[in-house]
Every structure is written in C-alpha cells, then in structure tokens.
Design a protein around this ligand. Sequence first.
Ligand code: BTN
Length: 331
Amino acid sequence: MNNVTAQILTCLAAADDYLSGERLCSTLGITRSAVWKHIRQLRSEGYQIDAVTGRGYLLSGLTGRPVQAEVLPFLTCQRFGTTIDYHTMATSTNMLAKALALEGAPEGCVVVADAQSGGKGRMGSTWISPPGVNLYFSLILRPAVPSIRVPQLTLLLAVAIHRAVTDLSPGLAAMIKWPNDILVNGKKLCGVLCEMQSEPEMTHFVVAGIGINVNQCDIPPELKESATSLFLERGELFSRPQLLALVLNHIEPLYDEWLHQDDLAFILPSLEQYSLLQAQEVSIDQRNRTLNGTVTGIAKGGELKLQGADGETILVSSGEAHLRKKMVKCE
Ligand code: BTN
C-alpha cells in the first residue's frame, strides 16, 4: 500500500465520525482529487468507506489485514509498532527488516507481510507462508547489550508470544519449546527467528522474525503431523491485527525490563511453567553431535539444563530439541 493511502486509512480508522475531505487535504498536504484517488484505491483493496456530501468519509468496514491502521487501535505499548511497513507479498520480512535496519530504521519498526515467497525458518528451513491467513512479521531491535546476550531474546519473545496467544484465546494449551517454538498439543503454532548484526561488545541491531499460524485451515500434508494453527485448535477465526498488537504489547515491557537486567531471571518462572521440555527426556541435535538427557530447567542465561545418564547437569546453549517419548494429546 502506498504511504499516503496508508496515512488516509490511519486517519479514517482513528476518526470517531465522518472526516471531511478538506481535513484530509490539509492534514496530508494533498489535493481533493488526490484524496479521492486514494479512497478509490482503499475501496479496491476491500475497505468499506461511506462518502456523504457535506460530511466527508467514514470507514465502515475493515479487511482484517495486519496493516498499520488496523493494528493501531489495539496497540497499548509506547514505541513498538508505531511504524508498520506492510507488504502484500514479501520474499521474507526478515530480509526487508534487515535492509531497513541497515538504512537506519529505528527500534520498534515492524515489517509485516500478508504472504512470503521465501519465508525463512531456523537452520536453513523454509517457513511456509500462504496469503490471507497467518502472521509473518519482523521487529527491529537495537539493544545496547553485548552480542552474547542476544540469544536470550528468543526466549523472551517466546514468553511474550505465549502471553499474547493465551490472552487472545484463553484456555489455549500453549507450551514453549526451548528455544524458539510455541506448540499446542505437540504441534507447532509459532516460530521465532532472530538474526543480528553485531560486534562482540556491541549489538548493532536484531531482526526478530515471528511467524504465527492464525487462521490457516489447510496444513500441507507433509506438515500435518507437526504444525497447527489457532483456527485448527479453537475452531474459530482470530483477528490478525489484534494478535500482532498483543504480541508487541507483551514484548515491549519484557524487553525494556531485560535491558535493565543481566539475564532472564525475571521471566524464569514463566519459562519453566510453560516449558514443554521440563522434566522430559530429550535429545538435542547440535551441528556435529547429539546430546541426550533429562531436562531439569532453564538457566537464567537462557541455556537448557540437561542432566545426563551420569547424573551430571550441563548447560546447553543451542540446538534442536526432540522429545524422546511422544506426549499425550491434552483435550
Ligand atoms: C522457525 O524455524 O521456527 C522460525 C520461523 C520464523 C518465521 C518467521 S515468519 C516472519 C519472519 N520472516 C521470515 O522469513 N522468517 C520469520
């Protein structure tokens, strides 16, 4: 969506009553015919806009797309999401956000796409990103911390997303699978992919990419056993703009607190309460080895505490964890 079109939509969405064409012209510094052109464009994109002579324009129907104007009414945080760069189609929102960050985009800026043609998952995997149903977005962060702390952000984001999805759908049995997944009934609902540009003592920026399966009803056959969506779990459709705002509303205060702390100690109770791996026998695939053991907790630095057969506990900082016993579905 063109920037001026998006600004008109934001003005209309914020207005309680009809907004005059004159007011839009003066706010945006454009002509009456330009206003009319953008209104036509918005209508062609599915927005219902009533026009009454002498009164102006009234937005009477939204589209449910996660565009700035539809997200803003749900935002309660101060900085995150005040700029939302929406794309109908992106290769990957992480790639676009990285380019914006390199150009100097401020912390809190969000890139969101209705669909991705090259959505990136962890370990070089693909994130399947069909249009019109899910959330795919990337948040630019500029934490003034040494880069060694950045992996903790993935867990912090997982806690924020867990809180957001359970706010939206109370009673959802969502669990956090260390380090970056949210699962429901053993199937993946959400993944997080953080990418950063840094030097050892300084983090230039982090792009926090988040994919949440929201209203998807057809899961591709090869993922049916391992992936789910809010719709499939709850049997109802959810508002993507509201969920995006809820996630940002939860991330911002946790992130601000984390910047003042040395570690994740302040969210360990949440992490452990909802940890799918807690007290489970797991194997953890790392680049060139596999670790086996029982998970005894999460350390304040974000590492997984793994007790081996010899009774010794080691701290695992990365890898892909697999449960060695299948969990029973909870209804
Ligand atoms: C994972 O493998 O679990 C991480 C998936 C992360 C997917 C999201 S969708 C939005 C953002 N853009 C991407 O290309 N990837 C992330």
